[in-house]
Design a binder for this molecule. Structure first.
Ligand SMILES: [Zn+2]
Length: 101
């Protein structure tokens, strides 16, 4: 029987101590950077609706010279296929864990 792979982000809520440290080490960018990315995407979506691409996220990655390949695959593996999905699938869990500032 196939086991459905849970999105990594779904485990985040339960992580603490060493597991949480490990999660953070494996992230494609720093914790603060990812929080800033979420804030940026959220702000941009107020002005320009999602066009079902990662255009706002990409802009942030470019401006901050982040590793797009790695970040994009992390986002999409966690359900963030486009800017609005990042806000819907990733931001609530992320902010629930790390706060939203
Ligand atoms: Zn979208």
């Amino acid at each position: 029987m196939a086991i459905l792979k849970k999105r990594e982000i779904e485990n985040l809520e339960q992580l603490s101590g060493e597991e949480l440290e490990r999660f953070l080490e494996l992230l494609p960018a720093g914790q603060v950077t990812i929080s800033l990315l979420l804030d940026y995407v959220e702000d941009e979506l107020y002005d320009a609706e999602c066009n079902h691409s990662l255009r706002h996220a990409m802009k942030f990655m470019m401006d901050n010279r982040l590793d797009f390949g790695k970040l994009t695959s992390w986002l999409t593996n966690n359900g963030g296929y486009c800017d609005c999905k990042i806000m819907e699938q990733i931001a609530p869990i992320w902010r629930g864990k790390f706060g939203d500032d």
